[in-house]
Design a binder for this molecule. Sequence first.
Ligand SMILES: *Cc1c(COP(=O)(O)O)cnc(C)c1O
Length: 338
Amino acid sequence: MIIDYRSDTVTRPGPGMLAAMSTARVGDDVFGEDPSINELEQMTATLFGMEAALFCPSGTMTNQIAIKCHTQAGDEVICDESSHVYQYEGGGIAFNSGASVKLIQGNLGRITAEQVAAAIQPDDVHRPHTSLVSLENTSNRGGGSCYELAEIKKIQALCRERGLSFHLDGARLWNAMVARNESAVQYGAAFDSISVCLSKSLGCPVGSLLVGKKTLIHKARRIRKVFGGGMRQAGFLAAAGIYALQNNISRLAEDHQHAKTLAAALAEKSFVKMLLPVETNIIIFELKEGHSAPDLVARLKEAQIYGYAIAPNRVRLVVHLDISADMIQQTIDTIKKY
Ligand SMILES: *Cc1c(COP(=O)(O)O)cnc(C)c1O
């Protein structure tokens, strides 16, 4: 049996989710007539205490739509240098919005209000116009690190004062909320827009949502159509999302425990130079000199354990719904022999 830690996107829908999908009521969502999509959007908006939500095929699309909503060509977006919106969305900020980025060197993907303040451009015709600050929680490249809500509130206050929009890439926000015992409403109150994924830690086959004010989501719906993301009887996918929101959030604590157990075993290995702090479901570790990440990943693959070499000396393992306690034990037993 393959134990797949490459990403939390590799999960397959289980019997409960499949049953919910196969019995979903559907309609044409571009006409606004899919009852399951409407229910999922309403449910998510309510969960965050925000006015409206929009279901999209991917987190890249929800992020890119949000950026398009908040900026004009020639504007600048402030974000951490490791952000998904900058590193892993194909240059979409430039491609879709004609905006540039002001990159900040954060701490494990997290930036501070002080850093944001220093990155805002002065009102000068030579300079790009700063219009948006984008955070990522949890931070993917930061090893699933979580923000302090107090720092987010400081950045929010700064954005208000300086007239900037404030977006959250919350692909794994569910993990942060469970790890830090926070509520969705606290996040809804802090941001102008939030992107959340159903296809990662919550175990859905497809789907992300953008949450925000009615006016923003109205604009976002138009942009989604332009981007080719208007789907028809997508209620089958929304039904998976409704099932996931109802059943798969609190269980994330189990994934976090599994990640910590596995990380503790890795920390004992002589070939491991350092591990990023494990707060949620992502383990990133660096190998000592003379060891190569692709080599280790290849060796693990022979034992049917799949990981990901994110750098020549760095390996990432992601724990998720389809990783059982037995699989964690089997992985630890294998690593012990190395
Ligand atoms: C996965 C991910 C996304 C969205 O990815 P899609 O594959 O387009 O759904 C966005 N932000 C972060 C931090 C991610 O890890």
